[in-house]
Design a protein around this ligand. Structure first.
Ligand code: PLP
Length: 474
């Protein structure tokens, strides 16, 4: 806005001038930038990059988060000026190529998910969930119904209840059965005329396939509610079954968990949503419409939930995922899901002698082990195992989630790890289970930092130079 006003002044023949445009008290006279020579600046950033760990540094079996390799061909394509030099406010006749790619990406996601229409706008899985919950609300309201409850299983990812609550729904949590699956009688008891939707991921976060999903779909639909698919685990089933075939009405995709794009990390992620045709009018605006060569953006959609993000979604991320889908092809995606499942089951077998793995086989793309026995025997907890893994160059798995497994270590190797790499993860974990507890409790000994005070780090984050300067008076 301010930049626009400054540009207007420039166009009127004046010099760029921001005076009077910034409200009093918000002006800054100096930026107080750190003044360091180039070599020191470089060393600072190189040191930071070394303190970091990514899938390009080593195995990263972070359960649920699905840290896949990001193929470099996709990065190269996304860096092309044909992608990077586009602007969302360019006229439609200058962006036909991009609109065409978006339209094809939507079609690819429709065919993978078995849905009828897709919007590419949401910027993360959680954002897709939130947009979907807004659509659930708009749908019921359009039918004159004011349903105010959303049901989630206790194994659900934390973003599910958070998204439903943000969209104004009350949460109804249902317990899992002994087998780790949704308990149908608990679902039946939770369903009523107030139910707006049931949110489910399949396979669930324990890596177990909800085999009764079709029955759940009928139960949910009989009560007039919608069935929502948390697509974070789609990489386990793509090409084999689909949310559409399972009876879901809405899905979100985590492109970074299924189609190999960078995780957002609060930055540019992507979490498209797909719906059955009866929900299409509620999708976010604008929609890409028209045929090849004369595509345009349609904003006039009276039932739409409106705009859910800036521009048209994270276009370079979408293009990486589209490149991955094209490169894999249908057979390649099917093969990827098979390998994701094979890798998880292989790794599970390799560590079972040292860690308990509750619930029965087979697993899909991930499994949840428990450090309960280690804690009892040696006082070594899941957290300690995780910290010690850092010393061995393997990223720790997700810990203490889902809450229904004590001392949980949630492990997902993904399809990208080789047998050698899976063996390395297993060897590291098994050695830690046998190691002297004193060493494990002191870990990490070789990481860039030792044990940190996690609650202080969360509560007292110092993320900007300005804040650091204020604290240290540098
Ligand atoms: C990762 C994840 C989410 C949230 O997705 P983001 O893209 O990280 O916002 C939701 N549900 C499940 C099961 C997940 O694993």
């Amino acid at each position: 806005m301010i930049r626009r006003l400054i540009m207007d002044r420039e166009q009127e023949g004046g010099a760029p001038d921001a005076s009077g445009l910034v409200p009093p008290g918000m002006e800054r006279r100096s930026l107080h930038m750190p003044a360091v020579p180039e070599p020191e600046l470089l060393r600072h950033y190189i040191a930071l990059s070394r303190a970091n760990f990514g899938t390009d540094s080593g195995p990263y079996p972070l359960g649920s988060c699905t840290m896949k390799h990001n193929p470099k061909y996709a990065d190269r394509l996304a860096a092309s000026p044909k992608v990077t030099r586009m602007h969302p406010q360019m006229e439609d006749d200058h962006t036909q190529g991009c609109l065409e790619l978006m339209s094809r990406m939507e079609a690819a996601l429709c065919s993978i998910s078995g849905m009828d229409a897709v919007s590419l706008h949401p910027a993360a899985g959680a954002h897709g969930e939130y947009a979907s919950m807004l659509m659930v609300r708009a749908y019921h309201r359009s039918r004159g119904e004011d349903r105010d409850e959303v049901i989630v299983p206790d194994s659900a990812h934390g973003t599910n209840p958070a998204s439903a609550a943000m969209a104004g729904f009350k949460l109804v949590e249902i317990p899992s059965g002994e087998d780790g699956l949704v308990d149908l009688s608990a679902l039946e008891a939770a369903l009523s005329g107030r139910s707006a939707a049931f949110m489910l991921t399949n396979p669930n976060t324990l890596g177990l396939f909800e085999k009764d999903v079709r029955e759940m779909a009928s139960m949910v639909h009989d009560k007039g509610a919608l069935l929502y698919y948390d697509g974070a685990n789609l990489n386990a089933v793509m090409g084999r079954t689909s949310p559409g075939a399972m009876g879901f009405d809405i899905v979100h995709f985590n492109l970074h968990k299924t189609f190999a794009t960078p995780h957002g990390g609060g930055g540019p992620g992507s979490g498209p949503v797909g719906v059955r045709s009866f929900l299409e009018p509620f999708l976010p605006v604008p929609r890409v419409v028209g045929d090849e060569g004369c595509r345009s953006l349609d904003w006039s959609r009276p039932q739409s939930i409106g705009k859910v993000g800036s521009a048209l979604g994270n276009f370079p991320v979408l293009m990486r995922a589209y490149a991955y889908i094209l490169r894999q092809g249908g057979d390649g995606l099917k093969e990827a899901s098979a390998r994701a499942v094979l890798n998880a089951n292989y790794l599970k077998r390799r560590i079972e002698g040292h860690y308990e793995v509750p619930f029965s086989d087979p697993r899909k793309h991930e499994f949840v082990a428990s450090a309960r026995a280690l804690k009892k025997g040696k006082g070594v907890r899941a957290l300690d195992v995780a910290k010690r893994m850092i010393d061995q160059g393997v990223h720790p798995p997700t810990i203490y989630f889902p809450a229904l497994v004590e001392e949980a270590l949630m492990i997902e190797p993904t399809e990208d790890e080789s047998k050698e790499s899976l063996d390395r993860i297993a060897d590291v974990m098994n050695a830690i289970a046998e190691e002297d507890p004193e060493t494990v409790l002191a870990a990490p000994l070789e990481g860039p930092v030792g044990r940190i005070d996690e609650s202080k780090a969360a509560k007292d984050a110092v993320l900007s130079f300005r804040r650091l300067r204020a604290l240290r008076d540098v």
